[in-house]
Design a protein around this ligand. Structure first.
Ligand code: HPA
Length: 232
C-alpha cells in the first residue's frame, strides 16, 4: 500500500495499461478483461486487474499531466513491481499527414517540462520508448492491418498556451503530436528500470482545428486497445 494506491503487493500485474481517465480504465476492464478485481479507489483513480486471453493484465487511470503520471508510475514500479507500463491516451496532431483517429506510437517524447531536471544529467536526456514493447506493438498492428505513425511526440505542461502559435516550432522539428504525460513515464521507467510505451489516438488537430466526438473516438480507441492488450 502506498500514499496513492491502496493495493497489496501481488494485486497488480507485471503489465499495466494506463489511460488518463480513471473511468476509461473501468471501461477497459469491463469491456476487455475477465475475472476483474478493483485494486485502487484512492482519489477515484480506479485500478483493475483481470485476464486477457488467460494472461493477467492491469489497467489504471493516471490523471492528466506529468506530475500525476509521475506519481503513479513511480509507485507502480517501485512498490508493486510493475515491469511494463503502456500509456493508452489521446493527442492533438501537429502534422497535416497525421489525421484525427490515426494511431501513433511515441518513439520519443520531447517536453517543455522540468521533470527531467531531477536526474541531473550533464546534458539533455532523450526520453524514449522501450524497443521490445515497440516492436511487439508494431508487429500486432501489422497483423491487424492497423496503420500507425511512429515518431517524436511533445509532452506539454500547458494545455491552454498563452502563445497559441508556440506548437509550430515543435511541428517544424517533425514532432507528430502533443499530449501531456509520455516524457514523465519514459523518464521514470528509464530511471527505475522498467519498460514503457505510449500509444495514442489523435483526438484533434492543431493543423485543421478538427476534433472528434467521444463516440467517433470509439473505433480507433478499440484499435489502439487491441494493440495494447497484445502486450500482456
Ligand atoms: N493538447 C494537449 N493534450 C492533448 C491534446 C492537445 O491538444 N489533445 C489531446 N490531448
Amino acid at each position: 500500500m502506498t500514499v496513492h494506491i491502496n493495493a497489496k503487493k501481488g494485486d497488480i500485474a507485471e503489465t499495466i495499461l494506463l489511460p488518463g481517465d480513471p473511468l476509461r480504465a473501468k471501461f477497459i476492464a469491463d469491456t476487455f478483461l475477465e475475472d476483474v478485481k478493483c485494486f485502487n479507489t484512492v482519489r477515484n483513480m480506479l485500478g483493475f486487474t483481470g485476464n486477457w486471453n488467460d494472461k493477467a493484465i492491469s489497467v489504471m487511470g493516471t490523471g492528466m499531466g506529468m506530475p500525476s503520471i509521475g506519481i503513479y508510475s513511480h509507485e507502480l514500479i517501485t512498490e508493486f513491481g510493475v515491469k511494463n507500463l503502456i500509456r493508452v491516451g489521446s493527442c492533438g496532431s501537429f502534422q497535416p499527414h497525421v489525421k484525427v483517429r490515426d494511431v501513433i506510437f511515441g518513439l520519443s517524447a520531447s517536453t517543455n517540462s522540468r521533470f527531467a531536471h531531477q536526474f541531473d544529467t550533464p546534458g539533455t536526456y532523450a526520453p524514449t520508448a522501450d524497443f521490445d514493447l515497440l516492436m511487439k506493438a508494431k508487429a500486432e498492428a501489422d497483423r491487424l492491418e492497423i496503420p500507425v505513425h511512429a515518431g517524436n511526440i511533445l509532452s506539454s505542461d500547458i494545455f491552454y498556451d498563452a502563445n497559441p502559435e508556440a506548437w509550430r516550432k515543435w511541428a517544424r522539428m517533425g514532432v507528430l503530436a502533443v499530449e501531456m504525460e509520455a516524457a514523465a513515464l519514459y523518464l521514470n521507467a528509464a530511471y527505475l528500470g522498467a519498460k514503457a510505451l505510449v500509444i495514442l489516438t489523435v483526438s484533434d488537430s492543431l493543423v485543421t482545428k478538427e476534433a472528434t466526438s467521444s463516440e467517433e473516438r470509439e473505433r480507433t480507441f478499440t484499435e489502439m486497445m487491441k494493440i495494447a492488450l497484445s502486450l500482456a
